[in-house]
Ligand binder design. Structure first.
Ligand code: TPP
Ligand code: MG
Length: 649
């Protein structure tokens, strides 16, 4: 990687400290070199002349740089750190890169590596996914920083997940905008006139500030935009010169105030109309997805549901509703098919909830609702949609579409419902609630029964695995922050009741989310002393296994269970279905869909990254003791992994 020397231009030099300049220019290069402490790497301990050409080159490039003959007393990077500190961001997840070396050094030495503290991530996707998982637990964005162009391309997939999940991430990338300031080689390959173009389709906003004042204003603007619902990632491209050059006139720079952000509340007339629909209904149902943003979200939804004594179907994008609440009808299709009024709250895919779809030779679909069912939506989805990527799902026609933040608008809706209740519907509401409570108990019992099928099987059943993990953590203040593809068992069996019990899925369905996002969530849970637990697929794990090193390095406690079915099982099933449909034999469908020969030993991989590893465990009797040992490690403040060889779900 070529080094970029300080530009000799007058702009920089005119700000150098007078005394330093006078003293330093008097030094000969040799004397200046002598002032530099020898680096402690073995390469540099060896006399350079004894090294062959390859290592000599490396040695020259890795030894401490000569001190510049003068000392720079201010830098744009320091001011940028002042600005970022006003945002109150606790961590900045990074993969280091020279295009942002100016602010990187400022974060460490000027900012003292606190608020934000840098988190070292061996892949940019890890950094973004950590931010996504963190924000959904903490309610606040994390910063992430990477190389423009090459780093951002690695970050792109995770940014798409965060975007689709409507989660804020404060992204900063380095870029050298002025052509005559770029060193030959990599600095050209890593620069772009518009680097954010790579990911702009899944950003809420981005900018490339041209001055430090511009940076201050854009940073506060970006944070405000990112945290105003609907939330989403934002990006600032930081010019290398702006980070590294001295500050012309610090006294003239102003950092705008960070506002208290107030989410949009729905129109009161529309709320009153909706309340009327709900109160008049015989069987209303509330379907929710990315509804709860704060600790209040679940409380507000419980209050509305209990006031109406109506069914709630939770799509699980956030921790919306307690899993064992008597009104929770998530796994009862009848709640939707029998409804006469359906309210979608912060839904991304209402169509998918009110239609069935068959993926056969000819794809077919049909509505599952009553023909005269009335539908309404309340949420912010229409506030933020872009055209290209189709994460917005199929269009569902409704009777009333109310724009407004779901969580913020719920108390007004509950009040409006209460105002309409005169006692005449009380008995009917109570009877409805009792029926739903009985159905909820029956559905839990059904799940428990179904979970016993293949209980002693080896490889271990997914239901048993999920039940054993629950048994291990249930007496702790647990937070389940990830499950493997399509594994519904925890949501069917576990007692989710706290705002942090769950934090939703990937958003965009990009595999590789679960391991790093769980680590981000674990970081957010750490300061509250909560136990973070996640069950992730083996395929998911293989995208960014280096996440475990970040977990060990930053001592982030997390109990991570790998559901090791030695396959990209979902895709295996699709290819199997293709082969079946075409009657061409199914014996070879494991080609390209499995992770065997050799089998991967995830516990050994974990140990290689400095993380406690248990397994591989295929005997169900060995699972509980292994989980217990891993839990003890996690409770001591360290991450631990348990590799469970499991049946396909
Ligand atoms: C980035 C990305 N690549 C590929 C896919 C396609 N895909 C969907 S599920 C899946 C399998 C994931 O494997 P694993 O995490 O082991 O879960 P399993 O299906 O085995 O339960 C794949 C590859 C995807 N969704 N995202
Ligand atoms: Mg798998």
């Amino acid at each position: 990687m070529p080094k970029r020397r300080n530009s000799p231009d007058v702009a920089r030099r005119s700000f150098l400290k007078g005394a330093g300049l006078a003293g330093a220019v008097a030094l000969t290069p040799a004397a200046a070199k002598a002032q530099v402490a020898a680096p402690k790497t073995p390469l540099n301990k060896a006399p350079l002349k004894t090294l062959p050409p390859g290592p000599t080159q490396i040695a020259l490039e890795t030894q401490l740089p000569e001190k510049d003959p003068v000392t720079q007393t201010s830098s744009g990077g320091d001011f940028m750190v002042d600005v970022v500190k006003t945002l109150g961001i606790e961590y900045c997840a990074i993969n280091c890169a020279s295009s942002y070396r100016g602010i990187h050094e400022s974060f460490i030495n000027y900012g003292k590596n606190t608020k934000p503290e840098l988190l070292t991530c061996p892949h940019e996707e890890i950094a973004v996914h950590m931010a996504q998982g963190y924000a959904k637990i903490d309610g606040k964005p994390l910063a992430m920083m990477c190389h423009g162009v090459v780093g951002l391309q690695h970050a792109a997939m995770a940014l798409y997940n965060a975007w689709s999940d409507r989660v804020p991430v404060f992204v900063m990338i380095g870029n050298i905008t002025e052509a005559d300031k770029r060193a030959p080689g990599a600095e050209w390959s890593h620069a772009a006139i518009d680097p954010a173009a790579i990911v702009r389709d899944f950003l809420k906003w981005d900018d490339q500030p041209q001055s430090l004042q511009h940076f201050a204003e854009s940073a506060v603007r970006a944070y405000t935009i990112a945290t105003t619902p609907p939330m989403a990632p934002v990006l600032l491209s930081l010019d290398g010169e702006l980070q590294e050059n001295p500050i012309a006139d610090r006294a003239s720079l102003r950092i705008p105030k960070l506002p208290k952000v107030v989410p949009p509340q729905a129109d009161s007339g529309a709320i009153a109309e909706l309340a009327k629909m709900l109160v008049a209904a015989e069987s209303p149902v509330l379907i929710c997805d990315r509804l709860a943003r704060t600790e209040n979200g679940m409380k507000h939804l419980v209050e509305l549901a209990e006031t109406l004594q109506c069914a709630v179907v939770d799509q699980g994008g956030r921790m919306n509703f307690p899993s064992r609440h008597p009104l929770n009808q998530t796994f009862r299709r009848a709640a939707v098919t029998q409804a006469d009024v359906i309210l979608g709250l912060e839904m991304n895919d209402l169509w998918g909830s009110v239609n069935s779809f068959t993926d056969r030779i000819v794809r077919t679909w049909r509505p599952i609702t009553k023909p005269d069912a009335k539908m309404a939506t309340l949420g912010t989805r229409e506030y933020l949609i872009k055209s290209n990527f189709q994460d917005f799902q199929r269009f569902q026609g409704v009777d009333l579409a109310i724009g407004g933040d779901g969580e913020t608008s719920l108390p007004a809706l509950t009040e409006a419902v209460k105002r309409l209740l005169d006692g005449s519907r009380k008995a009917a509401f109570e009877a409805r609630g009792k029926k739903l409570a009985a159905a909820q108990l029956a559905s839990l019992e059904e799940a428990r029964q179904a979970a016993t099928v293949g209980w002693d099987a080896s490889p271990i059943s997914v239901a048993r695995l999920s039940a054993e993990v629950y048994n291990t953590v249930k007496d702790e203040d647990w937070s389940l922050v990830g499950t493997s593809t399509g594994n519904n068992w925890p949501r069917r069996l576990w007692d989710f009741k706290k705002p942090h019990s769950w934090n939703g899925g990937s958003g965009g369905g990009g595999v590789g989310y679960t391991l790093p996002a769980s680590l981000g969530a674990a970081l957010a849970n750490k300061k509250h002393g909560r136990l973070t637990v996640a069950i992730g697929g083996d395929g998911d794990f293989m995208f960014a296994p280096g996440t475990l090193w970040t977990a060990a390095h930053h001592k982030i406690p997390m109990l991570y269970v790998v559901l090791n079915n030695r396959a990209y099982h979902q895709e295996y099933m699709y290819v199997l279905a293709m082969a079946g449909r075409r009657s061409r034999g199914v014996t070879d469908v494991d080609i390209g869909t499995t992770l065997k020969d050799p089998n991967i030993d995830y516990a050994t991989v974990a140990r290689g990254f400095g993380v406690h590893g248990e397994g591989p465990i295929s005997d169900p009797a060995e699972l509980a003791p292994a989980l217990k040992r891993a839990l003890a490690v996690v409770k001591s403040g360290q991450p631990a992994l348990v590799d469970v060889v499991s049946e396909p779900r």
